[in-house]
Design a protein around this ligand. Structure first.
Ligand SMILES: Cc1cn([C@H]2C[C@H](O)[C@@H](COP(=O)(O)OP(=O)(O)OP(=O)(O)O)O2)c(=O)[nH]c1=O
Length: 211
C-alpha cells in the first residue's frame, strides 16, 4: 500500500522514512496554508478540538487532491499532522504557540523564551490523523519539555541562528535548541513533528502497514 504524507515538513518526511520504505512513500502537502488559529482558546479541551479540526482539514485537502489525480483511496494510506506548543500563561491558563509570525519573528521568539520557556516546563502536542480506505484514526500525543534557565545573551544567540523560523513554538529540539533543554518527558519524535511509535501502532491497527 502507498503511504501518502500530507505535509510540507521535511522533518516529518525524515521521521516517516524511518518506518516506511522509500518506494512505498510519497509526499502530497495540503494546498492551503490557511489554518484555523487557536486565539482565545483557554481550555485544554477547546485546544484539543481545534487541533483535531486543523488536522482533519489537512486530510480533507490531501484526499481531495488524490481523488482529482485519479488515485483509488482504497490503495492509499494518508498521514497528516500538526504540531503546537502549549505553554502556561497568566493564571496557569494554557497558551498555544504556533510558528513565529513573519516577518518580525525575532521579538516574538525572544518573548516566548523569556516568558514561557526559561526554567519552565511546557508541552508539545502533535495531532495526527491516519486514513486507510474508509477507516480513520485521530490521535494527539503530548510531550513535556523542560528548558534550563536562559540568560538574555543565550536567547539572543539562539535567535541569531534563525532556527526558530517555521517551527512550532519557535525552536527545534533536533537542532541547536537541544543545548537549551534540561529534560524531555515522553516521545522525542512527537516534538519534532510526528510521534513515530504511535503512528506505527495506528498503521498496524488499521492494516495500513508497516509490517
Ligand atoms: C517544537 C518543534 C517543532 N518543529 C517543527 C515540526 C513542524 O514542521 C513544525 C510545526 O509546524 P506544522 O504547522 O505542524 O507543520 P508544517 O507547516 O511544517 O507542515 P504541514 O502543515 O505541511 O504538515 O515545527 C521541529 O522541527 N522541532 C521542534 O522541536
Amino acid at each position: 500500500m502507498l503511504t501518502v504524507l500530507g505535509s510540507q515538513s521535511p522533518r516529518r518526511l525524515e521521521l516517516l522514512q524511518q518506518i516506511i520504505p522509500a518506494d512505498e512513500l510519497t509526499v502530497l502537502p495540503p494546498r492551503s496554508a490557511d489554518e484555523p488559529g487557536f486565539e482565545g482558546l483557554t481550555t485544554v479541551s477547546a485546544i484539543e478540538a481545534q487541533l483535531r479540526n486543523v488536522v482533519q482539514l489537512k486530510l480533507d485537502d490531501v484526499v481531495d487532491q488524490l481523488q482529482q489525480q485519479g488515485h483509488l483511496l482504497s490503495e492509499c494510506c494518508v498521514v497528516c499532522a500538526d504540531t503546537i506548543v502549549v505553554a502556561r500563561g497568566a493564571n496557569d491558563l494554557p497558551v498555544v504557540l504556533g510558528k513565529p509570525p513573519m516577518p518580525h519573528w525575532q521579538a516574538t521568539v525572544r518573548d516566548w523564551f523569556r516568558e514561557y520557556y526559561s526554567g519552565r516546563t511546557h508541552e508539545v502536542w502533535t495531532g495526527c490523523v491516519i486514513a486507510v480506505d474508509e477507516k480513520l484514526q485521530h490521535t494527539i500525543v503530548k510531550t513535556n519539555v523542560t528548558m534550563c534557565s536562559l540568560e538574555d545573551e543565550l536567547i539572543d544567540w539562539y535567535v541569531s541562528t534563525e532556527e526558530p523560523i517555521g517551527k512550532a513554538g519557535g525552536y527545534g529540539l533536533q537542532g541547536a535548541a537541544a543545548m537549551l533543554i534540561d529534560a524531555v518527558d515522553g516521545s522525542l519524535t512527537n516534538v519534532i513533528g510526528l510521534p513515530l511509535r504511535e503512528i506505527r501502532q495506528t498503521l498496524k491497527s488499521l492494516n495500513g502497514s508497516p509490517n
